[in-house]
Design a protein around this ligand. Sequence first.
Ligand SMILES: [Zn+2]
Length: 223
Amino acid sequence: MNTKITTILTLSDFNLQFAQLNDDRFFEKIPSEDYRRLIYESQKCGKLVAEDVINKFPTATLDEIVSKLGIELVFSEMTVDKNFTSVGYFESPNKIVVNSTLKEKDYFFEEIGLSWFNYDFWKEIVIAHELFHFFQEKNTNTFIDQYKISLWHLGPYQNKTKLLSLGEIAAMSFAKKLLALDFYPGFLELLIIYPYFPDEVGRKLDEILSRDRNKMIEQLFND
Ligand SMILES: [Zn+2]
């Protein structure tokens, strides 16, 4: 049993969503009074899009939904690299690619007592996640794309940026709702590649688990 992986899988939605926000490259620039609202609005955005899809295609499987939307689904044996391994991605305007190389590590999860966490299972989450980005691209008028933080200003000119982590929180909330998962799949991309790079990914998982987050979460709920 790998306790790091099982612990990540049992963290609360909010805890993992906060960790996702915390991972944003501009996290330090986010006003702390906005944390709770950013998480709330981002997960709501993902859930609403999921409800919309469920209403439109009440009986369809994920594969059928993807095909009805005219999205090309590709399974590709991509390289696995320590510095960058993609578990899947969305390519505009209508292509979703899943890295099928990673299937070769199914035995690892079986060995640690997580046989349900196999390629056939997690690829659905990857597809659902990328499906959200397909919808996100079609409608940039939502909170996750409209919220911007100011990086610097020069007189009346302000340099603003959006936060990519909001789209990631929304995409995982979408996947959870659409697939009726009983856990929040935050950091799925790390768990999947853990068997290749246990030291590096393990350190990252430790970081997620040990950051002084609990204290911050208490603060968020108590103010
Ligand atoms: Zn994403």
